[in-house]
Design a protein around this ligand. Structure first.
Ligand code: OOB
Length: 545
């Protein structure tokens, strides 16, 4: 078993097996099975390229052979930072087949994030594209390699430069080592981070496969489904809710988009007869605007999923009349629990709630500060436990003690209430995180980077309301007194601080949208920084402007 992984207690695991939640199938086996059932059907469409299930299965075997020959073996961790291209699928399934673990990094991650994941996971290899969206990942890899001594291989999907070409690793299949078992950890997914840096989330074949099966059922996917992948596929939502892996589970077809722009997406929906896609709320707003102004109807589209952040009821109400498809709200987390509104739910439920747990085996509780259940219908802290919700982060004992109850419930950090029909309404957040239109920013992480600036005495990052993204971030800064006394020249400007963070190699979505200089922070009764007061202050200030 992977060191640093917290398994489900044996009795619980047995129960999930007996009830059939955990089927014992691995991802490597799933692809093999689908290649047998749907061999000649197209699984991936990327530009002009069309790849069938049988072709994908063969390419995966050949890549697994090459990766294995390179020395990547069962249990090894490999950072995968690939955009929505076929190589993403070949790489992850090849790793699954040899029992190596993808560590999912998002395309927007930069030096800080990748170095941290590489060292935290003790990754042996790092797989990148050459240039994507104008950014050269080989330059990033050089910087990462210098700070992550454990990285032995850098593999490039595309022009390799000084590194190794992924294409050269496809070899004739020789015998592969024994495949992993379904109770093994299949990969490490990223958390949004609530205190400090993101934690890694170990997901097993068993638990993740179950989440696919339940998602496919709720979302009614089958072999005729065509899923458009707009969001970066490494994220849990487009990966598995039901996402690209759910589509493979159902025998359907995946259409890969490189961006979420209506120009690209609408054309793909029309051309490939897409039936379902998934967006975050800001993108859904852009699509609604674009559909109205261009007077387009996305005829084949049956379901538009929106999740990752809260969708306003007003926007939710417009989806069906404007786009002509059913809206499905998705409230999930990489740690496990996923809630969906059902496709046949009444309009009010679909528009006003964030759905209900996808499985009857999900257990949720809404509690107060003392972990006592609140009165039905009142808001409280959402706790979750179940067959696909983790029991601990990877190698994070101290953090785990705070993030899980003694009886194994995950503390989601979300504030929610239940309506009488058992649907969740997200009311806010207790965790110190900013949800920037679906991109999660851990306040403490950004504060620590700000504190590294010689002129910064203290920093507090909070959310401020934003019409488009839902929330943006605002950093309140106290400048060192010697700086302010020495005159304006010595105190940094907001622009300088942003540049400082960017040059440190922090993902762009974590750079504060706004910076406010203050003399002191408001305090809570016990002398902590009152982020609530700071949030109220910036909300008022931005409303005045
Ligand atoms: C998804 O996963 P993560 O891990 O990036 O973020 C999880 C957090 C939740 O705890 C919650 O705070 C927020 O994102 N969230 C929502 C939401 N969906 C996610 N808040 C309000 N309304 C929603 N509909 O974001 C994710 C994973 C799987 C499926 C969907 C989303």
């Amino acid at each position: 078993m992977l060191p640093g992984f917290t398994p489900w207690p044996e009795k619980v695991a047995q129960y999930y097996r007996e009830t059939g939640c955990w089927s014992g199938e691995t991802f490597g086996q799933l692809l093999r099975r689908q290649a047998q059932s749907y061999g000649e059907q197209v699984v991936l469409v990327s530009g002009e390229q069309r790849i069938t299930y049988a072709q994908l299965d063969q390419r995966v075997d050949r890549l697994a052979t090459g990766l294995n020959r390179l020395g990547i073996a069962a249990g090894d961790r490999v950072i995968v930072q690939l955009p929505n291209i076929p190589a993403f699928f070949e790489v992850i399934f090849a790793l699954f087949r040899i029992g190596a673990l993808p560590v999912f990094s998002l395309p927007l991650h930069r030096r800080q994030e990748v170095i941290y994941f590489a060292n935290y996971s003790e990754a042996k290899a790092y797989i990148i594209p050459d240039i994507e969206a104008g950014y050269d990942y080989r330059t990033l890899a050089a910087e990462v390699k210098a700070e992550a001594p454990g990285l032995r291989h850098i593999i490039v999907a595309g022009e390799p430069g000084e590194y190794m070409a992924l294409e050269d690793l496809y070899e004739d299949l020789v015998e592969l080592p024994q495949e992993p078992v379904a109770s093994d950890v299949a990969f490490l997914q990223l958390s949004g981070g609530s205190t400090g840096l993101s934690k890694l989330i170990p997901r097993t074949h068993d638990d993740y496969m179950y989440s696919l099966r339940a998602s496919v059922e709720v979302c009614q996917l089958d072999e005729h489904s065509v899923y458009l992948a707009v969001l970066p596929v490494a994220h849990n939502y487009p990966l598995s809710s039901p996402g690209v892996l759910g589509t493979i589970y159902a025998g359907g077809q995946i259409v890969l988009a490189r961006s979420g722009s209506p120009d690209e997406a609408f054309a793909l929906i029309d051309k490939e007869k897409v039936t379902i896609t998934a967006l975050v709320p800001p993108l859904a707003l852009v699509w609604l605007e674009a559909a109205v102004s261009r007077n387009v109807h996305l005829d084949s589209l049956q379901v538009l999923q929106v999740g990752g952040a809260k969708l306003g009821a007003e926007a939710a109400r417009r989806v069906k009349p404007v786009l002509g498809c059913q809206l499905q709200q998705v409230f999930g987390m990489a740690e496990g629990l996923v809630n969906y509104t059902r496709l046949d739910d009444p309009e009010e439920i679909i528009v006003e709630t964030q759905g209900k747990p996808m499985s009857v085996y999900d257990e949720i509780r809404i509690v107060d500060e003392e972990d006592n259940e609140v009165e039905p219908g009142t808001a409280g802290h959402l706790l979750a436990r179940g067959p696909y919700t983790i029991r601990g982060y990877y190698k994070a004992d101290e953090h785990n003690a705070r993030s899980f109850t003694s009886d194994g419930f995950y503390r989601t950090g979300d504030l929610a209430r239940l309506n009488p029909a058992g649907y969740l309404i997200v009311e806010g957040r207790a965790k110190d995180q900013i949800n920037r239109g679906g991109d999660k920013v851990a306040a403490e992480e950004v504060e620590n980077h700000l504190l590294a600036h010689p002129a910064v005495f203290d920093a507090a990052l909070v959310s401020m309301p934003d019409m488009y993204l839902g929330e943006r971030s605002c950093a309140f800064i106290i400048v060192r007194s010697d700086r302010t006394e020495n005159g304006a020249a010595a105190a940094p400007s907001a622009m300088e601080l942003k540049t400082f963070l960017r040059e440190r190699g922090l993902a762009a979505y974590k750079i504060p949208d706004r910076i406010e200089f203050v003399d002191h922070f408001p305090q809570t009764g016990v002398g902590k920084v009152s982020k609530k007061a700071l949030r109220e202050r910036i909300a008022q200030q931005s409303a005045v402007r």
